[in-house]
Design a protein around this ligand. Structure first.
Ligand SMILES: [Zn+2]
Ligand SMILES: [Zn+2]
Length: 368
């Protein structure tokens, strides 16, 4: 048995309940969670933006200790501390071999459906009802079972609450700048949305050598956070015409690279329009799947030679990028402790979700 926070219906609080948890099958591991971040994508499941059928254990940004391994597991062993990737990445399929582990052909489908790789689940209710697990993870639970290929071993001295963030918010944000965008030394970079992911995009842009890093948000507290992790300029879009302000800060040219880290067509358009001729806009936020946009291909893409890119999971190869980020954190080049706004218990998960939904908080982390 394990205590878990279960999504039972759209727009309802998660229900805390004791669930049965099966032993790990071949290629799987059982993990005692040390910490789980509360991420916007968890809210997106509850409000229907990301379609996962209830009942499901949410939570996909976790770190913990391996307590059991199934047959054939070689990459981790009992006692290892690991970060859980919310896309199981095999490292050997067509896309993994081409450096696009975030699109792993083995793992991506299962994680979309909230199941393990064989499309079944390891959680069930007392009456036997199967309970899905978000992203083949399900980290809003004292213990979970995940594919071994979802696990990346980390040093024992990395705090779990920090390690958990690496599993989603950090990889997604940092990776958008480090892996997906083509940031050159001295580039002017715009980041629209300075929440938990946006703060990591700012850190990734700094690491990639950006000159000006202009953070845009409508909340003063978030803009202060942005300055704390490397934004050189901030624009409060509730007070200022952000497009005009970006032009002024970039010599009238526009940004070399702009990131949209909210997931709304209106701000995606703004990010695109804020880029210079030949510039690049990267969509990091996930819009509702029924949203569409219009472009003028001749002007926007051919004559202006702009690029619009999507970015899934920071374009991350977790088996390389997690160790890289851990090293960067240990050497002081990546601020993670500062990103944890508050720690809560599993019982307080709904309060943490509400706080995140209201917006003025970088990250609540459940500590087990
Ligand atoms: Zn997430
Ligand atoms: Zn793969």
């Amino acid at each position: 048995m394990t205590k878990a926070a279960v999504f039972t219906a759209n727009d309802q609080p998660l229900e805390l309940m004791d669930l049965n948890l099966m032993d790990p099958q071949a290629g799987e591991v059982r993990i005692a969670l040390g910490a789980s971040g509360v991420c916007h994508s968890d809210i997106s499941v509850i409000n229907g933006t990301l379609p996962i059928a209830p009942p499901a254990v949410l939570g996909h940004e976790g770190a913990g200790t391996i307590v059991a391994v199934g047959d054939g597991v070689t990459n981790v062993k009992v006692g290892d501390h690991v970060v859980i990737s919310w896309v199981p990445q095999c490292g050997t399929c067509y896309t993994c071999a081409r450096g696009q582990g975030e699109l792993c052909e083995t793992g991506a489908n299962a994680s979309m459906f909230g199941s393990m790789l064989d499309f079944t689940t390891r959680f069930s209710m007392a009456d036997g009802t199967a309970v899905a697990q978000m992203s083949a993870a399900g980290t809003f639970s004292e213990e979970t079972v995940v594919p071994a290929i979802s696990c990346v071993k980390i040093p024992d001295d990395i705090p779990f609450q920090v390690a958990a963030l690496i599993g989603c918010g950090v990889l997604t944000g940092f990776g958008a700048a480090y892996n997906t965008a083509n940031i050159r030394e001295g580039d002017n970079v715009v980041v629209i949305g300075a929440g938990g992911v946006g703060l990591n995009t700012i850190q990734g842009a700094k690491h990639a050598g950006a000159g000006k890093i202009i953070a845009i948000d409508m909340m003063a507290g978030k803009l202060e956070n942005a300055k704390g992790v490397g934004a050189t300029d901030v624009i409060d879009a509730s007070q200022t015409d952000a497009g005009a302000a970006v032009l002024e800060l970039t010599g009238g040219r526009g940004a070399d690279v702009a990131f949209e880290v909210i997931g709304l067509p209106a701000t995606i358009r703004q990010a695109f329009d804020m880029t210079r001729k030949g510039g690049e806009a990267v969509i990091v936020g996930v819009p509702r799947l029924d949203q569409t946009m219009e472009f003028n291909p001749g002007m926007d893409f051919v004559i202006m030679e702009k690029t619009l890119k999507g970015c899934w999971y920071g374009g991350a190869n977790v088996h390389q990028d997690v160790p890289m980020l851990v090293d960067l954190y240990k050497s002081g080049g990546l601020k993670l402790d500062e990103l944890v706004s508050n720690t809560v218990s599993l019982d307080e998960v709904n309060d943490a979700m509400d706080a995140m939904g209201q917006g003025n908080i970088a990250r609540s982390v459940i500590v087990y």
